[in-house]
Design a protein around this ligand. Structure first.
Ligand SMILES: [Zn+2]
Length: 181
């Protein structure tokens, strides 16, 4: 649920059956997030919010509503670019090296560039569109190698190296970029 607030902009309210109190946090877009018990109604939520404004202002690194919206737009553009590129790049390398995956998912997880599940779904972070092509390809080849090795064993790295001989350098350079978009 989204709550409009004059000061904080859009507030993301999540009802959580397990939570007993109200908790504040910051969403990746810099919005205020509230985790509230399932029974909490709007009146209670607003009252709690109002009595904690001072604390929120002081403690939470919220972005102003304008910046929040600018980030939404940036993300939308990035998602569009990613949709037109990443699934095809993944398919290209899979075909080239004989890998079979189930599905390609686009994510904006914020903490990781990609992942490969045991059900052979490969997730790629849309933030990859902001990194140089060689590093982007390294991530794709890394996730494809996970289809054969679900760990980071010596065998896994040997397979990555087979398709990306400079993977060590690419891996190191990737650390200078932030997957959070
Ligand atoms: Zn990995």
């Amino acid at each position: 649920m989204i709550l409009e607030d004059k000061e904080f902009g859009e507030i993301i309210v999540r009802k959580n059956a397990l939570s007993s109190g109200i908790k504040f946090s910051v969403s990746p877009s810099g919005r205020l997030q509230m985790s509230v018990p399932k029974y909490a109604g709007n009146f209670l939520i607003k009252r709690f919010l109002n009595s904690n404004r001072e604390l929120i202002r002081k403690k939470l690194p919220l972005k102003d509503p304008k910046t929040q919206r600018a980030r939404d737009t940036k993300k939308k553009i990035l998602m569009k670019k990613a949709k037109e590129y990443l699934p095809y790049r993944l398919e290209y390398y899979a075909k080239l090296y004989g890998y079979k995956y189930e599905k390609c998912r686009l994510s904006h997880a914020g903490t990781r560039w990609g992942s490969c599940s045991s059900t052979k779904t490969i997730s790629l972070n849309i933030g990859l569109m902001n990194v140089p092509e060689k590093l982007r390809d390294y991530v794709i080849l890394h996730e494809l190698a996970h289809l054969n090795h679900m760990d980071h064993s010596t065998e896994f790295w040997a397979e990555v190296q087979k398709h990306d001989p400079n993977y060590k350098d690419h891996r190191r350079r990737l650390k200078h970029f932030d997957p959070g978009v």
